[in-house]
Design a protein. Structure first.
Length: 117
C-alpha cells in the first residue's frame, strides 16, 4: 500500500516539476531557441540494473546532442554551453524520475524528451 502511495506521490511531484519548468521557460521563450531530443527506451527492461544504466546513458547522450558543440574561444559560447548543459541535465533528471515512476506503476511511457533553451 505504501509503495503505491509513494509511486503516486513521485508521479505527482514529477508532473509538478515539469509543469513549473514549462511556465518559467514560457516567460523567457521570446529570446531563446528551444532544442530537444527524443529518447526512446521501449526496448529496455527498466526493472533491471542494465536497463536503468542504458537509459541513463541514452539520457546523457541526449544532453550532449541537445547542447552540441561550442567555440571555446568565445566567452559567450562557453557561457551559453554551460547554461545549456545545466538546463538539459535538469530536464534529463526530470525525465528519468518520470520514466522510472511510470515503470514502477506499471504504466510505462514510450519516450522522453531532453529539452534546453
Amino acid at each position: 500500500m505504501s509503495n503505491i502511495i509513494f509511486t503516486k506521490a513521485l508521479c505527482a511531484a514529477a508532473a509538478i516539476a515539469v509543469t513549473a519548468a514549462g511556465f518559467s521557460v514560457g516567460a523567457n521563450a521570446q529570446n531563446r531557441t528551444v532544442r530537444s531530443v527524443e529518447v526512446s527506451y521501449a526496448d529496455l527492461d527498466l526493472n533491471s540494473e542494465d536497463g536503468q544504466s542504458t537509459l541513463q546513458g541514452r539520457l546523457k547522450g541526449a544532453v550532449r546532442k541537445v547542447c552540441g558543440s561550442y567555440n571555446a574561444k568565445s566567452l559567450v559560447d562557453v557561457q551559453d554551453y554551460g547554461v545549456c548543459m545545466e538546463e538539459a541535465n535538469a530536464s534529463a533528471q526530470r525525465a528519468s524520475v518520470t520514466i522510472m515512476a511510470a515503470a514502477k506503476a506499471g504504466k510505462p511511457v514510450k519516450t522522453a524528451m531532453v529539452i534546453s533553451n
